[in-house]
Design a binder for this molecule. Structure first.
Ligand code: NAP
Length: 303
């Protein structure tokens, strides 16, 4: 057996599981995706993670988690997990070029931004279409952009993007925002942020790069051509669980079903963080579940 536990995912959940598993003296490997960064890494400012009254940059926080896990002996590789297979005993994970065996697996694969699935979205990705303000905001200095979505991410990112842009128009499909009240208050107070209510983007237009969006008012069906240089899409997330291919039960949206102790219905496979079916997806809840998953895993291995 190569490892006591392999943790799939290097975000807050996976790294906390790594800290707890390594401190329990389990031989631990974290497999981090090189193509899908965890959401915290691309978050400029996290202000509700306890212990940081002035907020903390997501990248810096994750670097600290990683250092802490490494300090206790967690090993890391960057690879894409393609499949989990039963190895009898234990489990095998297959990456693109290698297989690893472990007595147990903790899945902390996170979630990725949802696409709008409208014409132009693929064509202009990286040429005006973005899913990450922290990554791409600086490219839009003094430009006009639209932000699609009405949740915490859309509001937080719109507020962040006002550091760069001339104007950000939040396009939301309802007339009530989903995001937390404190973010709503800040967004409403920000002179650079405007709102297009009851509206959806039906197409992203341009030639070599984004030049505008077509917007439909869902109440009146009226169509508007809206000029902008960038389209930032924050329409929620979908779990990164496609690679599981039935290895563990998922709900209808693809989230992993597990019990209060993070155990899935497969003995030796645990789930934590944003890929797990649950109520609240935050850095702090991901960390709590990472600790629970590693603790449950240790008990499973001791039994
Ligand atoms: P979310 O809460 O699921 O919100 C997604 C938003 O996109 C909603 O407003 C939704 O509209 C809209 N939307 C979904 N599909 C759409 C489509 N096809 N076209 C247009 N609009 C669409 O996602 P999120 O904002 O990324 O947040 C995810 C989780 O992370 C939440 O639990 C959130 O609280 C948490 N989070 C927390 C913080 C924080 O605490 N500081 C920061 C970021 C995220 P409807 O409202 O009509 O459904």
């Amino acid at each position: 057996m190569d490892y006591d536990v392999i943790i799939i995912g290097g975000g807050p959940a996976g790294l906390t599981a790594g800290i707890y598993a390594s401190r329990a003296r389990l031989k631990t490997l974290i497999v981090e995706s090189f193509s899908v960064p965890c959401q915290a890494v691309t978050t400029d400012h996290i202000e509700n993670y306890p212990g940081f009254p002035d907020g903390v940059n997501g990248f810096e926080l994750i670097e600290k988690f990683k250092k802490q896990a490494g300090k206790f002996g967690t090993e890391f590789i960057a690879a894409e997990v393609r499949e989990i297979k039963e190895a009898k005993p234990g489990w095998q994970i297959l990456t693109e070029d290698k297989a690893y065996t472990a007595s147990s697996i903790i899945i902390a694969a996170g979630a990725s931004p949802k696409r709008l699935d409208v014409p132009g979205e693929d064509k202009f990705r990286g040429r005006g279409v973005s899913y990450c303000g922290t990554c791409d905001g600086a490219l839009f200095k003094n430009k006009e952009i639209v932000v699609v979505g009405g949740g915490d991410t859309a509001l937080e990112e719109a507020l962040f993007l006002t550091r760069f842009v001339k104007k950000a128009t939040v396009i939301h499909r309802r007339n009530v925002l989903r995001g937390t009240k404190i973010l709503q208050e800040r967004a409403f107070a920000d002179k650079k942020i405007e709102f297009a209510w009851d509206s959806v983007v039906t197409e992203i237009t341009g030639a070599a790069k984004v030049a505008g969006v077509k917007i439909k008012n869902v109440k009146t069906n009226a169509m508007t051509d809206f000029s902008c240089d960038g389209v930032f899409i924050f329409a929620g997330y979908k779990p990164n669980t496609d690679f599981l291919k039935g290895a563990v039960p998922l709900d209808e949206a693809g989230y992993i079903i597990s019990d209060d102790n993070c155990l899935t219905s497969k003995a030796g496979i645990f789930a934590c963080g944003d890929c797990r079916k649950k109520l609240l997806r935050q850095v702090v809840t991901a960390c709590g579940e990472g600790a629970t998953a590693a603790f449950s895993c240790r008990h499973y291995l001791e039994r």
